[in-house]
Write a protein that binds this ligand. Sequence first.
Ligand code: SF4
Ligand code: SF4
Length: 295
Amino acid sequence: KEMDDKMRSRIENHPCYSEEAHHHYARMHVAVAPACNIQCNYCNRKYDCANESRPGVVSELLTPEEAAHKVLVVAGKIPQMTVLGIAGPGDPLANPEKTFRTFELIADKAPDIKLCLSTNGLMLPDYVDRIKELNIDHVTITINMIDPEIGAKIYPWVHYRRRRYRGIDGVKILHERQMEGLQALQEADILCKVNSVLIPGVNDEHMPEVNAAIRERGAFLHNIMPLISAPEHGTYFGLNGQPGPTPKELKAVQDKCSGNMKLMRHCRQCRADAVGLLGEDRSQEFTKEKFMEMS
Ligand code: SF4
Ligand code: SF4
């Protein structure tokens, strides 16, 4: 109970984690992290990371300095701006210099803004101390499986410590690192949400097991998102032509998992340069050309 209250006070003004707050508080993402270290079968690298972002969108890549400048401009124009996230367009922890430089600049210039980070988890165990030091209290990991056999249908390769691992060997590394990272966040008392992309016929029946595993390791919210599949979004690898779940299928899986823990049902799969309240997208008001002129 005491734990519940503590948790509630930490998430109540966060637009992504509280259904009430998302009408009143704004968030923004800055796209500073282009590289990725794994391949998801549903990802087309031309677009933003499909694990945290809206598929088929190309965000405007910024340097850490440009991103920090943009955050200050936006915070001046949108007073409800409380949360700044780095979610792409690739994997933030595959671009650690850029990601952490951006956080440092913002923490220095706008210490009231809460910071958050999304990752596929592969490099997470290496950076938990750094994340703690920077006072980043929300991390999102995308975990689509806990069974590498299932993972082999989702991830064709993983690039880890200068080597490329294909098939199940890579998936095993990814799985171990995700579980290790999750546990390390729990020990460091950093809030962790888990995203899972629901892929019908691949991980739908497996989702309750994923839910149990992440709950056991302290994740406070599970966000089961639909695979959004459209040819122009380029599910061009092994999942070519794979349809996403219907709303009914998605809800059935969410319901199966919801007895166990809080599920997030209002995630909008925002673009990697999203700006504004969750229901709105003001990214086009703050393109680089425009925000460089504002101050
Ligand atoms: Fe694409 Fe994101 Fe998967 Fe990397 S982690 S392959 S950017 S969907
Ligand atoms: Fe929040 Fe989901 Fe948008 Fe991330 S993608 S900012 S979790 S609503």
